[in-house]
Design a protein around this ligand. Structure first.
Ligand code: SF4
Length: 247
């Protein structure tokens, strides 16, 4: 049910963003400037990727790519706080620790400017848009209301998967490769890149419950509208708000 709930959250966000007439993304197939190694995911998203890899006979190539990427990871690879830890600190007016310098290296799952995991790409990849064509000199421009709505959605996904792995995409995938379901991927990584799964497990954080949202006054109506769409969506006849609240 958690996987279906996560899928419903992402689908509802996408439907809401399609109704936002002021959003005019310049993103096109083949754009890959935002495909760097700074993507964060929940364990649920990581599991969906690993299942897709196994079901589509991509296991060996994927495991070698992931193992090599893990061997190249810096000692601190993900943000210093999860999205909900960050929100909790801001709402409590506490300092938030600095994040490490973002990596500019391309995502290893990019091939010929296209994502090889496209059907199961993480929410952080799905939500990223820019109203200008971005490149090394032109950073992405993301409308504030959209960024706030996407951040709320990231927080909901973390809340849904609280206590499970949360962190940098490759670390979460590596950490999950030890599960029996993904044993073949784990075996290849352990064989070719011994010790990297353990290191990945040391680098990931755990998802935290939702402490509240960070929504600005000027964007409140739009973001609340998006949240209402998510809360009122249903999975097997049950409202997402109830599912997120464990009811
Ligand atoms: S997973 Fe796919 S969409 Fe996400 S950063 Fe990597 S190549 Fe880009």
């Amino acid at each position: 049910m958690k996987g279906k709930t996560a899928a419903a959250i992402m689908k509802t966000f996408a439907e809401w963003s399609n109704t936002c007439k002021e959003l005019k993304p310049a993103c096109r197939s083949g754009c890959d400037t935002c495909c760097t190694r700074n993507i964060t995911v929940t364990a649920l998203e990581g599991e969906a990727i690993l299942r897709y890899v196994q079901e589509n006979d991509l296991t060996a190539e994927f495991a070698l790519t992931l193992g090599k990427t893990l061997s190249e990871q810096p000692a601190i690879s993900g943000p210093a706080s999860t999205a909900n830890e960050f929100a909790d600190a801001c709402l409590g007016e506490r300092d938030v620790p600095d994040d490490p310098e973002p990596s500019t290296a391309p995502c290893p799952f990019l091939q010929d400017n296209l994502c090889t995991l496209y059907p199961v790409r993480p929410f952080a990849c799905r939500m990223f848009i820019s109203s200008v064509v971005c490149n090394g000199k032109q950073p992405a421009i993301v409308p504030d209301f959209y960024f706030e709505a996407a951040t709320c959605t990231i927080q909901l996904l973390e809340h849904l998967d609280q206590k499970e792995y949360w962190g940098n995409l490759y670390d979460v995938l590596g950490a999950l490769a030890e599960l029996r379901e993904f044993r073949r991927i784990g075996e290849i990584i352990n064989d070719q890149y011994p010790g990297e799964i353990r290191k990945a497990q040391m680098r990931v954080r755990a998802g935290k419950p939702l402490p509240g949202f960070l929504i600005s006054e000027e964007n409140n109506d739009k973001v609340q509208g998006m949240l209402d769409s998510i809360f009122n969506a249903t999975v097997e006849g049950r409202r997402l708000e109830d599912l997120l609240n464990g009811r």
